[in-house]
Design a protein around this ligand. Structure first.
Ligand code: NAP
Length: 366
């Protein structure tokens, strides 16, 4: 199973919006064949492994990190191929919570006389956190990423933020974009940085990602890098009302979506529901500080990666997080540290919110 999990990792920066899946066919303690899912629309991991195994799959065991599919998508159901292959045992890392699927493949295989084991190891849950979250909630998994100084500043007082962190951390940010499959920023970041928000300089060819802007007053310029590249990779701008720029932006290929306002600006639950409905399973929120604050305050960040640069900008810099209306330590938002890693000259912290807030997030409706 560990080999299957490592094979699945090979698809991390190419497979969005599909899940990461790895598969191994083994017999008498030896590996017969291996497979992984590399790209949406491509062969599923178990099919790659079974094709390579051919007749040697008969009577062997298949280790696969996610429950095999039993429906026609862009490829035929894997369960049928498994049954034809003559495998005698299948070990599954994680059941697929897709409402159309749950438990069904395991049952079909068992009914056909195949021995099935479900490992249900949390490691497989974590590996596919994006896909599983989307299947359970209908919303993308929100990964908040910021590059900050030691004193929590994401830009200097002039708005200049190029660059807070070094090259290695910036490359890592490109990997996170590819992994998520969609990136979101606030209107000020578009105004100040004029970013492209595409994943670049990777050793693999990333999927085409969706770029999202929260821009209630529809101030995004049709001359911005985002608008000018909208025909190459989709750009969706959420606004509170259509403004004068709508037609020009749409002519560039930008999609303007009207979202309801809540007491705190655009209703983020509705934004997430809309994106989830489009099949967006992961969303990398890249700031700036105001946007990050709104996601954190609403308990809508499912994961955070903070790249800390060994620099100070002082209190006049742009804060990473604004007011959270916390007056006592007991009210502070709490996270657990999942990873600490030195990335070039910077340090990356990966964090998850505590369980209580998770519950709150899952139950909030649009
Ligand atoms: N170091 C980093 O990781 C990093 C990352 C990104 C940006 N930056 C820097 O951060 C600075 C920009 O950050 P910022 O905090 O000023 O702004 P920001 O978060 O980029 O944009 C804030 C604006 O986005 C809109 N917005 C976002 N969420 C909204 C919601 N739920 N409802 C309504 N409107 C929403 C509002 O637009 P309106 O103003 O039109 O109402 C708001 O003023 C720039 O200097 C940039 O260079 C740094």
């Amino acid at each position: 199973m560990d080999l299957a999990r490592r094979l699945a990792e090979r698809g991390r920066y190419t497979v969005a919006p599909n899940p990461l899946v790895g598969a191994v066919v083994a017999r008498d303690g030896s590996v017969v064949s291996e497979g992984w899912h590399s790209r949406a629309g491509g062969d599923h991991a178990e099919i790659v492994a079974l094709n390579e195994a051919g007749g040697a799959a008969r009577g062997a065991t298949l280790y696969v990190t996610l429950e095999p599919c039993n429906h026609y998508g862009r490829t035929p159901p894997c369960v049928e191929t498994i049954l034809r292959s003559g495998l005698s045992r299948v070990v599954v890392g994680q059941l697929d919570p897709n409402p159309k699927m749950r438990g069904r493949s395991v049952e079909i295989l068992r009914e056909a006389g195949v021995e099935v084991e479900v490992a249900s190891d949390p490691i497989f849950e974590r590996q596919n956190e994006q896909y599983l979250h989307h299947m359970r909630t209908g919303r993308p998994f929100v990964h908040l990423k910021l590059a900050t100084t030691l004193d929590g500043r994401i830009a200097a007082s002039s708005g200049d933020s190029r660059w807070v962190t070094g090259e290695a951390a910036r490359l890592r940010a490109h990997e996170l974009r590819a992994e998520a499959g969609a990136v979101l920023v606030g209107a000020n970041t578009v105004r100040t940085d004029d970013p492209m928000l595409t994943p670049r300089d990777l050793s693999v060819s990333p999927p085409r990602i969706t770029r999202v802007v929260l821009d209630p007053n529809l101030m995004t310029s049709p001359e911005s890098n985002l608008a000018r590249s909208a025909h190459e990779a989709p750009v969706v701008v959420f606004a509170a009302e259509a403004g004068g720029r709508e037609r020009e932006l749409e002519e560039r290929g930008v999609e303007v979506v009207l979202a309801p306002r809540s007491e705190e600006g655009l209703d983020l639950s509705c934004v997430l529901e809309e994106l989830g409905g489009r099949g967006i399973k992961g969303l990398l929120v890249e700031g700036g500080g105001e946007t990050a604050t709104r996601f954190v305050r609403k308990g809508l960040a499912d994961k955070m990666t903070l790249f800390y640069a060994p620099k100070l900008l002082g209190s006049e810099g742009v804060p990473m997080i604004g007011a959270l209306r916390v007056t006592k330590m007991a009210e502070s938002l709490q996270f657990s540290v999942s990873e600490v890693e030195k990335v070039g000259q910077d340090v990356a912290l990966t964090l998850y919110p505590d369980a209580a807030r998770e519950e709150e997030r899952v139950h909030r409706a649009c």
